[in-house]
Design a protein around this ligand. Structure first.
Ligand code: URQ
Ligand code: ZN
Ligand code: ZN
Length: 479
């Protein structure tokens, strides 16, 4: 079975050009003019539309067990919702409980993800440390295609990684050619601020952002950047939400340090006023960490994307329905943290980024697909429309309009942080592994069709970093 996309304009990160695309056997087989359709081929007329690499969402949490419950979106419904919005691959997170085998956790998440309908990979969180973790990280890199390790600097008493773990794990990542990533919030400050605010009698969702002011993120971002700098390790900071963290990343990058930043579609477009909503369900639905911020931070984050100091966009898709969020009715500290976004990331970025002229289509492709593929070492298999690449493609109709709503989205959650937002420019067709899986509003997915994507270690990426690490080594003091 093959798919022929005719009369479209191909948009890659580096260039745009008119050409047909022939897909078969999971791959892009041919790119050229007037390609004739093989017998039985499914033909898509993409006249007036853009043929782009399928989106990569490098930050999701499908069916995550967290804060006493389990995220309502699983790998089947979540990857399907992604396809409906043009996202053809996710990088999710294995999050082992402390003192449990990180290898066993990896295999558990692999089992959960088998029902995916689109391709997936995993960052593995390092939530504790001993020699077995040190050894298992090597197994994960060399045997299971993991090239990134996550560190939650928040969530004290649960999965928080204190400095000792950061230093040990960052160094191990460097040895293995893997990328350390961080959730940058100072967990100790959060814990004490939560207690203080709760004791003041502020128990509703409005207490959540008060316990996580921008400085709590900025301190952790600066600390992670400094640790990475001393050891000459690259660093990827997830869900950068404040101008202060962006400034820290910009300083580091200007000094030649390899630091990458990710921004969530939600943090670009939703502000902290949501927590003042008198309707508990609405305010609680927005409880996620880091919290949505004041508009000045949003402006800075958009500029971060434009300046190239933030490289990827994601969603942190971690769904909890109203009945789950209700756990925090009288105590914001126990409201399950997380919001959705996988279905809307690309359309809200197109509408507010490309339609406004902030960035062009090629930059849109970089920010929604190619940069993530390059940073996590799966380019050009992913993130490009090129012969031999995986045939993960979104056909984008710039004239198609929609009003985003929980009433019509495919996400398995009863709330949408972009509720009522009107966008122009959406996916008309999504192709995954050379099969049409979404066409004009209809999902045509196959449970389990998604594949696990191995991500090789950064041998090339690390060239030169060992020199940097050598340079950074403490110098013997000349007597
Ligand atoms: O912190 C994360 O990234 C996970 C636990 C999802 N929840 C959230 O509030 N961001
Ligand atoms: Zn996080
Ligand atoms: Zn997350």
């Amino acid at each position: 079975m093959s798919v022929l996309i005719k009369n479209g304009t191909i948009v890659n990160a580096d260039q745009s050009f008119k050409a047909d695309v022939l897909c078969a056997d999971g791959k892009i087989q041919e790119i050229g003019s007037n390609i004739s359709a093989p017998s039985g081929a499914e033909v898509i007329d993409a006249a007036g539309q853009f043929v782009m690499p399928g989106g990569i969402d490098p930050h999701t949490h499908m069916q995550l067990p967290f804060m006493g419950t389990v995220a309502s979106e699983d790998f089947y419904t979540g990857t399907a919702a992604g396809l409906a919005g043009g996202t053809t691959m996710i990088i999710d997170f294995v999050i082992p409980s402390p003192q449990t085998s990180i290898l066993e956790a990896y295999h558990q998440w692999r089992e959960w993800a088998e029902k995916s309908v689109a391709d997936y990979s995993f960052h593995v969180a390092i939530t504790w440390w001993d020699e077995t973790v040190h050894a298992d990280m090597k197994t994960l890199v060399e045997k299971y295609g993991v090239n990134s390790f996550k560190h939650f600097m928040a969530y004290k008493g649960a999965i928080m990684a204190p400095d000792e773990i950061l230093v040990n794990s960052f160094n191990r990542a460097l040895e293995l050619g893997a990328m350390p990533t961080v959730h940058a919030e100072n967990g100790e400050m959060v814990a004490q601020l939560q207690q203080k605010i709760f004791d003041m009698g502020i128990t509703g969702p409005e207490g959540h952002p008060l316990s996580r002011p921008p400085e709590v993120e900025a301190e952790a971002a600066n600390r992670a950047i400094s640790i990475a700098n001393v050891y000459g390790v690259p660093l990827y900071i997830v869900h950068v939400s404040t101008k202060q963290s962006l400034e820290a990343i910009t300083r580091a990058r200007n000094s030649g340090q390899k630091v990458f930043g990710e921004v969530l579609a939600g943090h670009l477009l939703v502000d902290e006023s949501v927590y003042l909503d008198k309707n508990f369900e609405s305010a609680a639905a927005h409880v996620m960490s880091p919290p949505f911020r004041a508009k000045e931070h949003q402006d800075a984050l958009w500029k971060g994307l434009l300046s190239g100091n933030l490289q990827t966009t994601a969603t942190d898709h971690c769904c909890f329905c109203a009945d789950q969020k209700a756990a925090g009715k009288d105590d914001f500290r126990i409201t399950p943290n997380g919001t959705a976004g996988i279905e809307n990331r690309m359309e809200v970025l197109w509408h507010h980024g490309v339609n406004t002229g902030l960035f062009n289509m090629n930059e849109f492709v970089k920010l929604t697909s190619t940069n993530a593929a390059q940073i996590f070492n799966i380019y050009p298999r992913k993130g490009s429309i090129s012969v031999g690449a995986d045939a993960d493609i979104v056909v984008w109709d710039p004239e198609k309009t929609k009003t985003i709503s929980a009433k019509t989205h495919h996400q398995n959650i009863d709330f949408n942080i972009f509720e009522g937002m009107e966008v122009k420019g959406c996916a008309s067709h999504t192709i995954s592994a050379a099969k049409v899986v979404y066409a004009n509003g209809e999902l045509k997915v196959e449970r389990g069709a998604g594949r696990y994507v191995d991500r090789p270690p950064y041998s090339s990426f690390y060239q030169g970093l060992d020199v940097q690490a050598e340079k950074n080594k403490p110098k013997a003091v000349k007597r």
